[in-house]
Design a protein around this ligand. Structure first.
Ligand code: ZN
Length: 280
């Protein structure tokens, strides 16, 4: 019995020794992984800074978890084993530049919090910029107001079908009506209004262009991060007819840069991609 206990005890202590040395190995491995991760993170940081300094843009909120528009990876949560994703160009990581158009569906990963403000629904992140723009306009004696903000895909689809019917009523056949409708109302998930980052102002009026409010917006909206999304001279690129009432939030720096370079969002995203991938 005693021998058995002794045997068991020495067996137990051998086991204990084995497990404690195993623990040491595991802890050491853990430290090595952590050190590698720290090194890669530090390297990424430097690399990101480098990209930001060499390209003509940087966003005020680039730290915000991004919902990339087209990339399939998630750079924000990328583990140390995938440092390549951190070199993705900014347009793919900046939620403010999310491109939703005839060609680009609303990204599945796009995350927003929709809130009710100024009688419409908006992405919570643009409420304050809008408020500032609205108040600045008011100080200049200009009244701007929101007709529309966020729209659910269901609502968007309903509007699209209504638009087709409107054209059918004018005498067009269904195929013609559909083609026409596509230039004025986007299909569900292909409308910027599904992001909550787009706003329609002052009643969606064809003759809004040239009014004092429109002129004020053209001049000052970029100061608050908004751009005229479908300008008259970019219709062949946006594939949307001139909409003087439709503004889109892209952030102040992007908006100013787009204005300066006279680029619409499609062109600007392209421009950033080209300029930011050359160094990779
Ligand atoms: Zn609109």
């Amino acid at each position: 019995m005693g021998d058995w206990m002794l045997k068991q005890n020495s067996k137990n202590s051998r086991l204990k020794k084995f497990f404690s040395s195993l623990l040491v190995v595991v802890v050491e491995l853990g430290l090595m992984v952590a050190a590698t991760a720290a090194f890669i993170t530090a390297f990424d940081y430097v690399d990101t800074k480098h990209v930001e300094n060499t390209v003509p843009r940087s966003s005020a909120n680039s730290q915000v978890p991004s919902q990339a528009s087209q990339n399939s990876e998630n750079p924000a949560g990328a583990p140390a084993s995938a440092p390549v994703s951190s070199a993705l160009p900014h347009p793919l990581r900046d939620w403010k530049l999310t491109l939703v158009n005839y060609d680009n569906k609303m990204p599945d990963k796009f995350q927003n919090v929709i809130v009710h403000a100024y009688n419409v629904d908006l992405d919570s992140r643009i409420v304050e910029p809008y408020r500032q723009m609205h108040d600045a306009a008011q100080k200049d004696g200009i009244s701007i107001w929101l007709s529309s903000g966020y729209r659910s895909p269901e609502k968007q689809q309903m509007l699209f079908e209504q638009e087709i019917q409107n054209y059918v009523k004018t005498g067009l056949d269904y195929v013609e009506a559909l083609a026409k409708a596509e230039t004025s109302v986007a299909r569900a998930d292909y409308s910027e209004h599904n992001t909550g980052l787009a706003v329609d102002l002052n009643g969606v009026l064809e003759n809004f262009g040239g009014t004092p409010a429109s002129n004020w917006l053209q001049k000052h909206a970029p100061d608050y991060g908004f751009i005229l999304r479908y300008p008259a001279d970019k219709q062949d690129i946006t594939k949307i007819k001139y909409e003087p009432w439709h503004y889109r939030y892209v952030g102040i720096e992007n908006a100013k840069k787009m204005n300066e370079l006279h680029l619409c969002l499609e062109e600007y995203v392209d421009y950033l991609k080209k300029n930011q991938t050359t160094g990779d």
